[in-house]
Every structure is written in C-alpha cells, then in structure tokens.
Design a protein around this ligand. Structure first.
Ligand code: BJW
Ligand code: ZN
Length: 235
C-alpha cells in the first residue's frame, strides 16, 4: 500500500445510512421540516431556549439509537492503518468516535456536550431525554446550551487551524457526504488543491466542489468508501 498523507472531511451524508437525516437534500432532510434560522442560531436560542432545546433533545434521542455504518468503520480502519491521517468532521452525532476513530477534529461541535452560557462549565451529558428542558448549569444555575456551532458563530480557532494545516499538507483529500455549501468547512479541500494535492469526492450527487475534484465517486458512501479503500490498500 502506498502511504500518502490523507485528510478527510465528512458531512451529514456519511451518517445518512445510520438513519440520521441530512440537513439539505431531499424530502426527509432536516431543513425541509424546520427553519434553521428559528432553531440553529444564537438569536433563536436567546428568543426561545426551550424550543431550541426541544429540537436538540429530539435529535439526541434519534442519534442515541444510531450505530456507525460501513463508511464510519472504514474511516476507523484507515486511521489505524495510515501513519498520516486526519479526520475532520462537520457532524455533531458522535458516530466517528463510536466507530473507533480517536483523532477527530469536530468543526461544528458535539451534540453530546453541553456548556454554560455564563460560566466555563462544559461537560458530557448523554441522558436521553434530558430530565429538564432547558437544562441548567449545575455550577451557577444559568442556561446550558449544546456545545455546537450555530450559524453566525465562529468555529473554534485552534480546531479550524489544525484542519486547515491537515488539508494544506495532504497529498489526498477525501470529501464525503457534504453538500459543500457551509463555510469555512467547504473551503478546506481547496487548500489541498492549492498545494498540488488531489481531491476525491464521495456523494450521491454532484456538488459545488465536483468541478474541482480529481474524481467524483457517486453513490452511498457506506458502499463506495469501503470499496474504494479495499482497492486503495491493495495498490
Ligand atoms: C450522501 C448520502 C450517502 C446523502 N452517502 N453522501 C461565505 C459565504 C457565504 C456565507 C458564509 C461564508 N462564510 C461564512 C458564512 C456564513 C455561514 C455559511 O456558511 N452559510 C452558508 C449556508 C451560505 N457560516 C457560518 O455561519 C459559520 N460561522 C462562521 O463562518 O463564522 C464567521 C462568520 C459569521 C457570519 C458571517 C460570516 C462569517 C458556522 C457554520 C455552522 C454550521 N452549523 C450547522 C448546524 C449545526 C447545529 C445543528 O446540527 O443543528 O452545521 S449548519 C449544518 O450544515 C450543520 C452541518 O455540519 C453543516 C454542513 O452540512 P452538510 O454536512 O454538508 O449536510 P447537507 O445536508 O448540506 O449535505 C448532505 C450531503 O450528503 C448532500 O450533498 C447529499 O447528496 C449527500 N448524501 N446521503 C454520501 N448515503
Ligand atoms: Zn454556569
């Protein structure tokens, strides 16, 4: 097997095969039923924290039942097999961790973490459903919020920096199950292209990234990624 530096960016499509709805594609996607500006912004949370928490509590219940699929398991195999491998995810569902990946850069946070809106309390909370909505900080009594990145909020600068470095130095970037419309995540593969590396996109359909990719592999990533990896590790 050749050993290039590989950076991977995943999006909601990688978890679709595990029963978690995507955000934007198709009739059963999340934003087809809910308006993101009413639920996934700091303004929405300030206006109606209970409503926002009900939305996240419902999604936590769905995500708690989900199991990693063959795409997640392949990425865990890749991490174990490749000396220079970085997994960057936009997903908040925790399925990469459940599959066995240990080095994960969470661009948009983690739905299983809560943090206080007033003090520096931050902790894992895996209870589903949560006993009280909206949940309160055990230290200071203020509102807790999910530790995720809403629209208009900045990403953790250190996490973003590490992701950018990984894509800049990668010989090969794999972009899996993302519509490539949300920034700054959508820019990451362009760092690989700028520094002379190749990008392979795995998606059900072509996206805004497709014209720039060296290869676009269409189909469900729970099928196409394991097949690609089987072939890749033999070369
Ligand atoms: C399959 C499949 C299968 C299906 N196999 N594939 C530059 C230009 C314009 C706007 C901006 C810009 N820079 C920043 C902005 C503003 C904004 C933004 O990008 N807006 C765009 C929508 C235009 N960005 C931000 O606000 C970010 N913050 C920021 O930049 O701060 C500085 C700043 C602030 C304000 C202005 C300017 C700068 C923060 C973004 C945070 C995103 N948060 C969310 C919600 C998290 C909480 C929650 O879950 O409730 O993160 S939005 C949502 O989208 C979620 C996702 O991580 C993210 C990406 O979605 P993803 O993963 O791509 O999913 P989908 O559904 O879009 O696509 C699924 C894909 O899978 C499809 O392509 C399918 O075909 C495919 N698929 N089944 C393979 N089986
Ligand atoms: Zn607090």
């Amino acid at each position: 097997m050749n050993r290039p530096k590989i950076a991977v960016l995943t999006g909601a499509g990688v978890s679709k095969g595990s029963g978690i709805p995507t955000y934007r594609d198709g009739a059963d996607s999340l934003w087809n039923h809910y308006h993101p500006q009413e639920l996934a912004t700091p303004e929405a949370f300030a206006r109606d924290p209970k409503l926002v928490w009900e939305f996240y509590d419902w999604r936590r219940q769905n995500m708690a039942k989900a199991r990693p699929n063959a795409a997640h398991l392949t990425l865990a195999e890749m991490e174990a097999a490749l000396p220079d491998f970085t997994l960057v995810t936009q997903n908040i569902d925790g399925l990469h961790r459940a599959a066995g990946n240990r080095n994960i850069l969470y661009l948009h946070g983690d739905i299983w973490l809560v943090r206080c809106t007033e003090c520096d309390y931050r902790d894992e909370d895996r209870r589903v459903p949560l006993p009280e909505l909206p949940p309160r900080c055990p230290r200071c009594g203020a509102l807790l919020r999910p530790d995720i990145v809403w629209f208009g909020e900045t990403l953790n600068p250190q996490t973003l920096y590490e992701a950018e470095q990984a894509f800049r130095s990668a010989d090969l970037a794999l972009v899996i199950g993302t519509s490539s419309v949300v920034y700054p995540a959508a820019y990451l593969p362009f760092y690989t292209i700028e520094t002379g590396g190749r990008v392979i996109e795995f998606n059900m359909e072509r996206t805004a990234l497709s014209p720039y990719a060296s290869e676009v592999i269409l189909g469900p990533s729970e099928k196409t990624l394991p097949a690609w990896w089987k072939n890749f590790r033999q070369t």
